[in-house]
Design a protein around this ligand. Structure first.
Ligand code: CP
Length: 307
């Protein structure tokens, strides 16, 4: 049981069978996480390196814990306290950790394509933990896992993705994944953040939030990426919330059994109201919990390719 490739770089490169395999394997690990002893010896003797060039709470910690739950040794490299600040290149840094015996390099980087570059040049398995505005494949996989758990399947669902699609690697990975598994996707947001060419991804485009939300089974809110808003994509956060923020009143336009998702971190009062983020339809913390099982599955299945 393994994936087709030694690396997980993006959902774009995965087939529907690969996605199904990861989700099925994640279910098994989700059960392990419910046990008193949450650790298995599956990857004993392996070494994983978390190499993060951008900040992270959820992805970094859950990859670390996923590796530990599989009995893998983990090294965390934060670039601000590494020789990267002395000018060491990405490839030299990666080669250095490889010389220490790394089997997996889990990379987050601000440049789109950074994980692909490393994967081409290294023997270790490279896992993309978010590259620029390109992809964040394990986020989409944990989102699919959560949707499937809550809705019983993916095919035929109406999924609304709302917000800063332009800068969002989470949105891109989710669009690819949801389409591959047969969901219908609507993208909602200001035209500056949801340009019309995104129709080419096979999604409907809505600038009016109320119209776009009607009857949606899943409402996936995205973080407004304040760090990338230098060009003035909308007038102010107050106006953004008024037009595209998810309130309880707006959520009532979606299907009565709709679930609310957010990859985190959230800007409360900008893209989502606290009453919704903490409300009964929110599965935001379950996404985090499921992320651990999904990342265990990814490391386990990649290990099978390299064995
Ligand atoms: N969703 C996500 O990638 O969160 P972090 O930036 O905290 O890892």
């Amino acid at each position: 049981m393994s994936l087709q490739s030694k690396d997980l770089l993006g959902i774009k490169e995965l087939g529907a069978e690969d996605i199904e395999l990861i989700l099925e394997t994640s279910s098994g690990f989700r059960d392990v996480l419910e046990r008193d002893i949450k650790k298995v010896p599956a990857l004993r003797g392996k070494t994983a390196v978390n190499l993060f060039y951008e900040p992270s709470t959820r992805t970094r910690t859950s990859f670390e814990l996923a590796a530990k739950r599989l009995s893998t040794d983990v090294i965390n490299i934060s670039t601000s306290t590494s020789s990267v600040v002395k000018g060491e290149t990405l490839q030299d840094t990666a080669r250095t950790v490889l010389a220490l015996g790394a089997d997996f390099i889990i990379l987050r980087h601000s440049c789109s394509g950074a994980a692909h570059f490393l994967a081409k040049n290294l023997d270790a398995s490279v896992v993309n933990a978010g590259d620029g505005t390109n992809e964040h494949p394990t986020q989409a996989l944990l989102d699919l896992f959560t949707i499937r758990e809550k809705k019983g399947g993916i095919k035929g669902l109406e999924v609304a993705i709302v917000g800063d699609i332009l800068h969002s690697r989470v949105a891109k990975s989710n669009i690819y994944a949801l389409k591959k598994l047969g969901a219908r996707v609507r993208l909602i947001g200001p035209p500056t953040l949801v340009p019309s060419y995104m129709k080419e991804l096979g999604a409907g485009i809505f600038s009016d939030m109320d119209t776009g939300l009607k009857g949606a089974d899943v409402v996936m809110m995205l973080r407004i990426q304040m760090e990338r808003q230098g060009k003035g994509f909308f007038p102010s956060t107050v106006e953004y919330f008024r037009n595209w923020g998810l309130t309880a009143k707006r959520l009532a336009l979606a299907d009565k059994d709709a679930i609310v998702m957010h990859p985190g971190p959230m800007n409360r009062g900008v893209e989502i109201a606290s009453e919704v983020a903490d409300g009964s339809k929110s599965v935001i913390l379950e996404q985090v919990t499921n992320g651990l099982a999904v990342r265990m599955a990814v490391l386990y299945l990649l290990s099978g390719v390299r064995a």
